[in-house]
Design a protein around this ligand. Structure first.
Ligand code: FAD
Ligand code: NAD
Length: 475
């Protein structure tokens, strides 16, 4: 391996590995340094997303949902089972196998694209030099025309309740429980709290979520959030809003949490606690102070709209920079930067990034919520359609929830689409494409949707924008 590259990427998560592959596709000699070590003690590409985030959480969400449905819903279909049992070790082993297969797949893609994969730590030095410290061996100096920083994020802890890896865990710990906790506390009813709270609730835990904000899922459209909250409460998730945790202490059998809400002070005894109050950018040890890369006031690497940092030819992408902490957002930034570096066109449309929460029902949205539009004084039209009137949703026995389409009152351009319901994460792609093409509600109305599909609910919601839905009473 030479020590001079066109591009050195630090971080091999969905932002960094995608940037490295695209840079190599563009004909640039590329190295990717990544520090992640898998559960087998070996280097494992894919970052948080593949190793301890998107993929393992979705594997457990799928398994736990099937378990729950087998126990509670199959009877509705006329399927009688004997006793349904849980083999958590097998469920976890399946999850690990998926992770290992996909992480190995990235290694294969690196080989095929001739990306040099370097296992160890990277540190940016002045003058576009990178110090690479391998897992075993002496540090080496690499030179690069361009350096892309993609070191991701790590969980934020609570000073009053430090992680101990046993009773008080972060999301990675909660993905690896070897037994189902009887009483599980979750601090933070955000994306991780709801997804992992759902996993353990379906597997039998009593789950209590303590959320500091007064409004449930404040980042989602209010109508959608209200519907989701109603469904989650029906599933037995015990959600406390406006709950501020004051302290937590280890007891013989678990953890005692003290929290305040509008009703006063409370104590909650649980066996284990997941702290899921957000994540912070990973910049420690990454930047030599003389490298010239500035951080913003929240500790993220400062970048412009094209992910340029304050140092020449140094770029930063993914969770370590501003914007939503989502794998697909980081990957698109990686593609943009690798194309710009190669002298091609590159752009990320930050206004059209979909968000998905993989609970049951799923929650997905793109664009602006009704609250955003009201606050901005934009005149809009809203159309909704309930899955209760969808033949496919009924056939699936998953008819809870709705689709909501928001369009400009004057131009009819689609401004936001919000879904709470089955396969919302898949359905939202249609809205993303429509918005990327600056489509109107009428464009969706005139698009033929196969019958019977869940996507018909998106069609009907678009029709409802102009009070022309066929399978609903237009009010
Ligand atoms: P990371 O994936 O964090 O990768 C950064 C990599 O850089 C890591 O491998 C790290 O070890 C390495 N690194 C750090 N410092 C150095 C260094 N100095 N030298 C070398 N290597 C270094 N997002 C979604 O879009 N959909 C989901 O369903 C989803 N589910 C999630 C579930 C959970 C439980 C969690 C925790 C997150 C989830 N996310 C999801 C968020 C998603 O994982 C992140 O947005 C995404 O991984 C960010 O990608 P990244 O490449 O910026 O950083
Ligand atoms: P989050 O920002 O989604 O939620 C954190 C929640 O904790 C918020 O509701 C916040 O109000 C609450 N909170 C903060 N401090 C608190 C306190 N002291 N007490 C009680 N509640 C408190 O963060 P997260 O759930 O930790 O997820 C981290 C990131 O990972 C998110 O940015 C998310 O985008 C990403 N992620 C995405 C997915 C997905 O796309 N499906 C899944 C998991 C994680």
């Amino acid at each position: 391996m030479g020590s001079k590259f066109d591009v050195v990427v630090i971080g091999g998560g969905p932002a960094g590995y995608v940037a490295a592959i695209r840079a190599a596709q563009n004909g640039l000699s590329t190295a990717c340094i990544d520090a992640w070590v898998g559960s087998d003690g070996e280097p494992s590409l894919g970052g948080t997303c593949l190793n301890a985030g998107c993929i393992p959480s979705k594997a457990l969400l799928e398994s736990s949902e099937l378990y729950h449905r087998a126990r509670h819903d199959f009877g509705n279909h006329g399927i009688r089972l004997g006793e349904v049992g849980l083999d958590l070790a097998a469920m976890q082993a399946r999850k690990e196998a998926i992770v290992s297969k996909l992480c190995g797949g990235i290694q294969g893609l690196f080989k095929a694209n001739q990306v040099s994969s370097l296992a160890g730590h990277g540190r940016l030095l002045p003058g576009n030099k990178v110090q690479f410290t391998p897992r075993a061996g002496e540090p080496q100096l690499l030179e690069a025309d361009h350096v892309i920083l993609a070191t991701g994020s790590t969980p934020t802890g609570l000073g009053s309740l430090p992680f101990d890896g046993e009773r008080v865990v972060d999301s990675a710990g909660a993905l690896a429980f070897a037994a189902v906790p009887r009483r599980l506390g979750v601090i933070g009813a955000g994306v991780i709290g709801l997804e992992l709270g759902s996993v353990w609730r379906r597997l039998g835990a009593e789950v209590t979520l303590l959320e500091a904000m007064d409004r449930f899922l404040f980042m989602a459209d209010g109508q959608i959030a209200r519907e989701a909250e109603r469904q989650f409460r029906r599933q037995g998730l015990d959600i406390h809003l406006g709950a501020k945790v004051q302290s937590g202490e280890r007891t013989a059998g678990g953890v005692r949490l003290r929290y305040d809400d509008r009703q006063g002070s409370h104590e909650l005894e649980v066996d284990q606690v997941i702290v899921a109050v957000g994540r912070r950018p990973c910049t420690g040890e990454l930047l030599d102070p003389l490298a010239g890369v500035a951080l913003d006031e929240r500790g993220f690497i400062s970048v412009d709209d094209h992910c340029r940092t304050t140092a020449a030819n140094v770029w930063a992408i993914g969770d370590v920079v501003r914007g939503p902490m989502l794998a697909h957002k980081g990957s698109e930034e990686g593609v943009m930067v690798a194309d710009l570096v190669a002298g091609r066109y590159g752009h990320v449309n930050y206004a059209v990034i979909p968000s998905v929460i993989y609970t049951t029902p799923e929650i997905a949205w793109v664009g602006r919520s009704e609250e955003d539009l009201k606050a901005a004084g934009v005149a809009y039209k809203a159309g909704t359609f309930n899955f209760a009137a969808s033949g496919r949703a009924r056939a699936m026995d998953q008819a809870a929830g709705l689709v909501k389409v928001l369009a400009d009152a004057v131009t009819d351009e689609i401004l936001g689409v919000h879904i709470c319901g089955p396969m919302a994460g898949e359905l939202i792609s249609e809205a993303v494409v429509a918005m990327e093409f600056q489509g109107t509600a009428e464009d969706l109305q005139r698009t033929i949707h196969a019958h019977p599909t869940l996507a018909e609910a998106v069609h009907e919601a678009a029709l409802s924008v102009d009070r022309r839905a066929i399978h609903a009473i237009n009010r």
